[in-house]
Design a protein around this ligand. Structure first.
Ligand SMILES: [Zn+2]
Length: 197
């Protein structure tokens, strides 16, 4: 039986696309007065660098990599979709017949092996691309003081529907469901902060 291993935990903070109705409001979060050696500054840095890293990771193409056979530790014969590859996968060993979710890219290398029927097969070598670089705290501090800003999400907020005033109904007599908020009375929006100098 195949087992899906979340080899990379992609906690994706998806940011709802802003429309006119749900325009993204940003709350300014100035950090100029925060001591860069303080715990508070560190918390802001950790949050920003984590979200940047996850956003960069989310932009990578991730595939279901079906491991067919271990060639040697860290090197496997795999299936990605319908295509066989020899793939370098660093980290802990993966058992035959497991499926792992991984970003993958083709390389120029090929790998030759003998099939069970004794024929020689040549397949391309794939590899896990380098993971995005993490923003360092010093760089974060320098970037901010140079005017760069960072948009981060901290939780969500409830916004009352302006059409029904939060009741979810546009008529108290007919109990007509508000079309603007689908009768919810409110919208849940990501709470966005603009970290700036
Ligand atoms: Zn409404």
């Amino acid at each position: 039986m195949n087992q899906i291993i979340p080899a990379l935990l992609l906690f994706l903070f998806s940011i709802a696309p802003s429309s006119g109705l749900l325009a993204q409001e940003e709350i300014p979060y100035p950090v100029k007065e925060i001591d860069p050696t303080s715990e508070k500054f560190d918390r802001v840095y950790q949050l920003v660098s984590k979200q940047l890293y996850e956003d960069a990771l989310a932009k990578m193409d991730v595939y279901n990599v079906h491991v067919l056979q271990t060639i040697e530790p860290g090197f496997y014969r795999v299936l990605i979709g319908e295509t066989s590859y020899a793939m370098k996968i660093p980290g802990k060993p993966i058992a035959d017949d497991e499926i792992v979710e991984l970003p993958a890219v083709e390389t120029d290398e090929v790998y030759q092996y003998t099939t069970v029927l004794g024929a020689t097969a040549t397949i391309k070598v794939a590899t896990v691309p380098d993971l995005p670089e993490k923003l360092t705290k010093d760089q974060f501090h320098v970037n901010l003081s140079n005017g760069k800003t960072y948009l981060v999400q901290i939780g969500t907020m409830k916004i009352n529907c302006t059409r029904c005033g939060g009741f979810g109904m546009t008529s108290s007599i007919n109990k007509t469901k508000c079309k603007n908020c689908a009768g919810e009375g409110h919208f849940i929006k990501p709470k966005m902060f603009r970290v700036q100098w």
